[in-house]
Design a protein around this ligand. Sequence first.
Ligand SMILES: *[C@@H]1O[C@H](CO)[C@@H](O)[C@H](O)[C@H]1NC(C)=O
Ligand SMILES: *[C@@H]1O[C@H](CO)[C@@H](O)[C@H](O)[C@H]1NC(C)=O
Length: 206
Amino acid sequence: MTESGWCCHCCFKFIITTGFAALFLWLSLRTHKPKCSIEFFYIPALNQSLNSPSNSTLLFDLRLKNQNKDKSVYYDSISLNLTLVGAPDGTRRPVGNLTVPGFHQGRDKKAFRKETVEARGVDWKAVSRNGPVVVRLDFATAVRYKILFWKTKRENLRLGAEVKVNRQGEKDYPRSITLNSGAAVPSGSLMRVIWSFWVFVLWKFL
Ligand SMILES: *[C@@H]1O[C@H](CO)[C@@H](O)[C@H](O)[C@H]1NC(C)=O
Ligand SMILES: *[C@@H]1O[C@H](CO)[C@@H](O)[C@H](O)[C@H]1NC(C)=O
């Protein structure tokens, strides 16, 4: 093998090795945000067969899932706001809020938070006269992930969903409702960089 051929071979091996190292590092350090969904949502005042329009409670059950198979999650306290959407005069109106204490969630675990809120002075009867009631739930917290022995920096997690309530006072969907972040997360951008790098290497050397 000529000297330049050997050097090229060496360089190629080095690039492939660093490429693999970067890929494995990225795979083990990347984190997935927890998934949050509404499993149950009930406003007794809107249950037409119950006929208790003065009942001001609102009940719901939140499911929080740690989607990381090898990292646990530390949640800061969670702020939850409920807002009546578009009724009866088209404006948004706060209905109630609460704070759920922070907690630590193991790898790949799920947790449920059953909560009750006293809705402040909402005339549910008047509200439901204008058609189906829609309540928005906003969720805000910050999370840290535990990777092996250290914790990552805090990462804000802001999610929300709108819940349409039926004539039984329950959420009008048989399935759970996933809370979404309004903004699209630019996921996998590092992955794209790594792939482009490899394509470049293969194109250049093979
Ligand atoms: C609505 O009220 C009826 C009558 O009390 C009750 O049987 C039913 O379970 C209530 N609906 C829900 C969703 O809890
Ligand atoms: C809830 O409302 C309070 C007061 O307006 C605000 O500080 C907080 O950020 C809100 N939380 C969410 C989850 O939107």
